[in-house]
Write a protein that binds this ligand. Structure first.
Ligand code: GLY
Length: 347
């Protein structure tokens, strides 16, 4: 189900854009937003995402170049991963909770209209990004969860489907079989490798030639989580955040660590104070480490988890930083490429 942001409530976007141009201007004619001062940006379409979004940034920029709204383009970009059965971190084929049920989270923000939508613990619907956008577009709410979110989605014609693939079911069964000696499951042989609990996600942020910005994050969350657990992805201000005057930011990795610092919001606030995107992401990661409880730190004081932030500012400048080495995807209007994130703790 594909939706366009052309509904009447979104006619306000044009008015909002006009209001932006009415702000005071610097010598180059660009809007001045206190306290950050931005120069005129090159008229470029740009999308930045987690590395699994390499096809998504390509799609998002292509759509924006054809006139698509920044959020519509971002949703189409992340849907590629949601519908890909081989991406075990998102949508269809995402790894399930401890009971073998796939529960999906997503949130989005549309800068020009200052609106947000999100869903958490959504079952049976392959593309939570689209449902989050429907919450944004058709309701006065921001976050719908569980059965309510599912019924809301089905009222728009989404089908209730089994989201486990044979591969993701096999991974879950293997995890369940080697959980430990203190539960009722029969262990696999000690010689067999334990299943690592991945935290995959896709975050994608977009800006068009008018400086309109959107962000979206979608995930199946922490693999084998306790049923009902929601991570950072559906939390506006944590998993993603957009302020159309400043920029957008989002994350992948251990959601609980991000929720503690409201990392999407904090990264945008760092940019508001004048930091460039990569520095803003690094500053947020430092706050994450400062707020990490000892049980999640190794003896050197380094986190036992990975977390990555991705950011874009009003100029179309972009950057990413991770606790440990990692990569991200970006399309700067000319080509899509994978780049290295800045690293807080190089190994
Ligand atoms: N960042 C995805 C999650 O923790 O659910």
């Amino acid at each position: 189900m594909s939706e366009s942001l052309s509904r009447r409530t979104f006619l306000g976007a044009a008015a909002a854009a006009a209001a932006t141009t009415a702000l005071p201007a610097d010598a180059l004619g660009a809007a001045i937003e206190a306290p950050g001062v931005f120069r005129r940006r090159a008229a470029r379409f740009t999308a930045i995402s987690s590395a699994n979004g390499i096809r998504g940034v390509q799609r998002a920029v292509e759509l924006m170049q054809k006139g698509s709204d920044t959020l519509d383009a971002g949703v189409e970009g992340v849907k590629i991963q949601e519908l890909d059965p081989n991406d075990n971190s998102v949508g269809y084929g995402g790894l399930p909770n401890e009971e073998g049920v796939v529960q999906l989270d997503a949130s989005c923000m549309h800068g020009p209209t200052k609106r947000a939508g999100a869903v958490a613990a959504l079952e049976g619907i392959k593309t939570p990004s689209e449902v989050a956008r429907l919450v944004l577009k058709y309701t006065n709410h921001i976050l719908l969860v569980g059965l309510g979110a599912k019924r809301f989605a089905m009222s728009y014609g989404f089908k209730d489907e089994d989201l486990l693939t044979p591969q993701s079911r096999e991974i879950w069964l293997r995890w369940r079989a080697n959980r430990g000696h203190e539960d009722d499951w029969v262990d696999v042989l000690d010689t067999e490798q334990m299943v690592v609990r991945p935290t995959g996600t896709i975050n994608l942020n977009t800006i068009n030639d008018k400086g309109e910005i959107s962000s979206i994050t979608t995930t199946s969350g922490l693999a084998f989580k306790i049923p009902g657990r929601a991570g950072d992805s559906p939390i506006v201000g944590a998993g993603q955040y957009t302020d159309n005057a400043i920029g957008a930011a989002g994350s992948t990795g251990l959601g609980e660590a991000n929720i503690m610092v409201c990392g999407g919001f904090l990264t945008v606030e760092h940019m508001r104070q004048g930091m460039r995107p990569t520095d803003a992401c690094l500053a947020t990661l430092k706050r994450v480490v400062a707020l990490t409880p000892p049980r999640l730190l190794d003896p050197q004081g380094k986190p036992k988890f990975q977390l990555t932030f991705y950011a874009i500012n009003k100029l179309g400048e972009y950057g990413s930083a991770a606790i440990y080495a990692g990569t991200y995807a970006v399309h700067d209007g000319t080509e899509a490429k994978i780049r290295d994130s800045a690293v807080l703790f190089p190994k």
